[in-house]
Design a binder for this molecule. Sequence first.
Ligand code: NAG
Length: 322
Amino acid sequence: MDSRFFLAFSLCFLCSFPLFARSANRLPKLLLDDTKTEDSVIRMKMDGSSIKIDPTRVVQLSSQPRAFLYKGFLSAEECQHLIDLAKDYLEQSLVVDDITGASRSSTDRTSTGMFLYKAQDDIVAGIEAKIAAWTFLPVDNGEPLQILRYENGQQYVPHFDFFQDPVNVAAGGHRIATVLLYLSNVERGGETVFPDSPAKVFEENKDLSDCSTTGYGVKPKKGDALLFFSLHPNVTTDPTSYHGSCPVIEGEKWSATKWIHMLPLDEIWRNPDCVDENEHCSAWAKAGECEKNPGYMVGSSLGSKEELGYCRLSCKACSPPS
Ligand SMILES: *[C@@H]1O[C@H](CO)[C@@H](O)[C@H](O)[C@H]1NC(C)=O
């Protein structure tokens, strides 16, 4: 290995793992010369603090879909912190029925989970800033982190993260990319799998479960981050981004998901224009939810921004943009 690369890598390793930093005073002085890292670390200023991204820890896994793995993106402390914030608030993960629009549990998605708030505390804000620095996509375009726990046998069958209904697409709300943060190691199973990717099984992973070898499998490793794009650079949807979470066979899987959209979330979720802000609005409207649940669907009639509902277009509560 090029010794300069090794120096830079060693130093970055120390930076990213504060636990080990105490041993730094045993290293030769040369290793502590900060100027040696400048070539391999991207630094970004975020609200006064400095975020460091080390591209030498990133490997490209596949080009269909465009998928990248950042090894050691989170420290063990950051992983534990996210789990601690979520563990008392987990609820059955739901899917929304495409026909009736009702939320329901499904054998397709058997995990439990919850959403944090954006920038819920300094550590969460730091992680969100680091994701933005790595992906070069703005913090504002990210949904809050969703924390998920998969116990024995639990899974999420393959699905797309981009929207398939025309209203959300027209509103510019498409999800561009997804970052999956692995918060725990899983003894067996629990891989992220891309069944339709032509890429081969990730070569470093010799002990993948059968489910993940049906396509391209990524074994969860505590602290690693997987980034994949749901849209091509020409902003058409990429069908090879179809992905799922394989059943956990042994152990327990904790992960955090960051969905990143084309527009800032404020604009998508609270858009004052006459649009739907949820992909299931038209199905919900057909099922009579505009009448049954007007507060959510239409909002109050006072018209202030906070009181707008999420399905104004499908409920015909306004005129669509010309
Ligand atoms: C967009 O890019 C993808 C991937 O390169 C390509 O397959 C597709 O034909 C392109 N679509 C358009 C409309 O340019």
